[in-house]
Ligand binder design. Structure first.
Ligand code: ASP
Length: 444
C-alpha cells in the first residue's frame, strides 16, 4: 500500500484537543501511517513554545540555577495532555528522569530534543503506534549533513506498510551517537527524511495555516493563497523569509520526487498548498510570490583596471571565506565589485574584513552599507517572458523606491532587488500588486 507521511507542527500538538484532531485526520485516510510530531507549541500568544522553555532550562542548569520555574511549565504541559486524553504513557517517570539528566549536565541539543521525544512517546501511546527513536535511525555525518545510511536504516524500521509509526522530529544522532538537533523549525526536515525513507507517495506538512500565501500578510493585505508551487520556487521563497516551511526540508523529498502538501490541522478540508517538481505549462499567475528579508550589508569596492587583475574576485571572496561568512550576492561592474552578506553573520567581523580587503586588494575605495533589505520576485512562469523586468522596475519607480541592487539568476525564475530598510514594505506591496495580473492563457 502506498503511504503518506504526516508531520504535525508545534501548534498541531499544543494540547489534547489538537491530538484528537490528529487522530481524525489519520482516520480520514488510511494511507497516513507515518506521523512525525514537533514539540508542543504555544496555545496562546502569551505562552512560550516548549522548545524555548527547554533551552531556558538548559541555560539555567548551566548557571547552576534552580530549574523549577521552566521545568514545572514543561512538566505540566505533558501531564495535562496525558491526563486529558485519559492515557497512561508513563510521562511522570519520563519527566523525572529528564529532570535528573538536565541537572547532571545533559547537552543543549539533548535537552532541546526531549520536546519532540516526549511528545512522540505520548503520540505513539495515544495512537497505539510503534515509536521509533531518531537517535537510532537518523544520522548526521561529520559535516552535520544527513548521512545517506539514514535512508536504509530508517527505511528498514518503517518496513511494514500497514503499521502506524511515530517518529519524533527535530533530532538524530551525530557520528559519536550523541543527540544532535537540526536548526530551529527542523521537524520539517525530519518529516522530509521520513517521507523519503518510507518511500511515501506524499509528504503532508500539517500546520496552522491553509498553505502558503503569495506575500507576507503582515505587509500585503489579503494576499492570494498559493495552490501549487514548484520545489525551486518554494526553496527561494522560504529562504527569503516566507517561513511556513523549513528551506532545508526540500532536498530530501525533491531528490525522491515526493510532493509536499502544506495543510491546516484546524481546517482539514482545505486543500492547502501543493509543492511539486513540475508545474503545469500555464499557471494562473507568472509569479509564485514576493518575499523578502531585512538586515543585509553590502561591501562595495572600486579599483580602476580591476577587471585586468586575474584572481581579484577569488581573493575578495576568499577574505569572506576565511572569516567564515557566507555570501548572498556579488553584484559587479567593470571597475567595482560588491559583496552582500547577512548583517548578523558579519557582525563584529566587519572591521577585520575591511582591513583584509585594504591590505590584500588595495582598492581605490571601499565602503560598507548596512540596513539593506533583499526582495525576491519568484516564479517559473517569468522565465523566457518578455517584459517581466520592465513590470518590476516600473512598479518600483511608481512607488518611488530607490533600487540599490539588481540580480537576476540565469534561470530567470527569480529577480532579486536590494532596497533600503525604509523602502522595504512599500516595495513589497508595489511588486505584489504589479505582478498579480492573471495570465490570459490560463484556463483554470
Ligand atoms: N521544536 C523545534 C523548534 O521549535 C523544532 C520544530 O518545531 O520544528 O524549533
Amino acid at each position: 500500500m502506498s503511504r503518506i507521511v504526516c508531520k504535525f507542527g508545534g501548534s498541531s500538538v499544543a494540547d489534547h484537543n489538537q491530538f484528537l484532531k490528529i487522530k481524525k485526520i489519520l482516520q480520514a485516510n488510511p494511507k497516513r501511517t507515518v506521523v512525525v510530531p514537533s514539540a508542543p507549541g504555544k496555545r496562546n500568544s502569551q505562552e512560550a513554545k516548549l522548545t524555548d522553555l527547554l533551552y531556558l532550562a538548559h541555560d539555567m542548569s548551566q548557571k547552576k540555577l534552580a530549574l523549577d520555574g521552566p521545568f514545572t511549565l514543561i512538566r505540566d504541559r505533558y501531564l495535562e495532555i496525558e491526563s486529558n486524553l485519559g492515557l497512561n504513557a508513563g510521562m511522570a517517570a519520563a519527566l523525572e528522569t529528564f529532570r535528573k539528566e538536565i541537572v547532571e549536565g545533559a547537552s543543549r541539543d539533548f535537552v532541546a530534543s526531549r520536546g519532540e521525544y516526549l511528545c512522540g512517546l505520548l503520540m505513539a501511546a495515544f495512537l497505539g503506534a510503534e515509536f521509533i527513536d531518531p537517535k537510532d535511525t537518523i544520522f548526521f555525518d561529520k559535516t552535520g549533513r544527513i548521512d545517506p545510511r539514514t535512508y536504509e536504516v530508517l527505511g528498514a524500521r518503517l518496513a511494514d506498510r500497514k503499521k502506524l509509526y511515530v517518529i519524533p522530529g527535530f533530532y538524530g544522532a551525530d557520528v559519536k551517537g550523541q543527540i544532535k538537533t537540526f536548526s530551529r523549525g527542523g521537524s520539517d526536515i525530519s518529516g522530509a527524511i521520513a517521507a523519503r525513507a518510507a518511500k511515501a507517495e506524499l509528504y503532508e506538512n500539517w500546520t496552522d495555516v491553509s498553505g502558503l500565501l503569495m506575500a507576507d500578510p503582515r505587509i500585503v493585505e489579503n494576499p492570494h493563497p498559493l495552490d501549487e508551487v514548484s520545489y525551486r520556487e518554494i526553496r527561494e521563497l522560504s529562504y527569503m523569509g516566507a517561513n511556513v516551511f523549513h528551506d532545508e526540508a526540500i532536498a530530501p523529498v525533491r531528490d525522491a520526487g515526493i510532493p509536499i502538501n502544506i495543510r491546516n490541522t484546524n481546517r482539514p478540508d482545505d486543500p492547502g498548498t501543493m509543492i511539486v517538481s513540475k508545474l503545469p505549462a500555464v499557471t494562473k499567475y507568472d509569479i509564485a510570490g514576493v518575499a523578502g528579508k531585512k538586515n543585509f550589508s553590502m561591501f562595495s569596492l572600486e579599483k580602476s583596471m580591476m577587471n585586468k587583475e586575474i584572481g581579484f574576485a577569488r581573493k575578495m571572496l576568499g577574505i569572506f571565506e576565511t572569516k567564515g561568512v557566507s555570501i548572498e550576492h556579488v553584484p559587479s561592474s567593470i571597475d567595482s565589485m560588491s559583496v552582500v552578506v547577512s548583517s548578523e553573520e558579519i557582525g563584529e567581523k566587519t572591521e577585520a574584513v575591511l582591513e583584509d580587503i585594504r591590505r590584500i586588494l588595495e582598492p581605490d575605495t571601499i565602503e560598507v552599507e548596512g540596513d539593506l533589505a533583499l526582495i525576491a520576485v519568484v516564479g517559473e512562469g517569468m522565465a523566457h517572458q518578455v517584459g517581466t523586468a520592465a513590470k518590476v522596475f516600473i512598479a518600483l519607480r511608481d512607488a518611488n523606491v530607490n533600487v540599490r541592487i539588481i540580480d537576476q539568476g540565469s534561470s530567470e525564475f527569480n529577480i532579486i532587488i536590494g532596497v533600503g530598510h525604509e523602502d522595504y514594505e512599500k516595495a513589497i506591496r508595489a511588486l505584489y500588486s504589479a505582478m498579480m495580473t492573471p495570465n490570459p492563457a490560463y484556463k483554470g
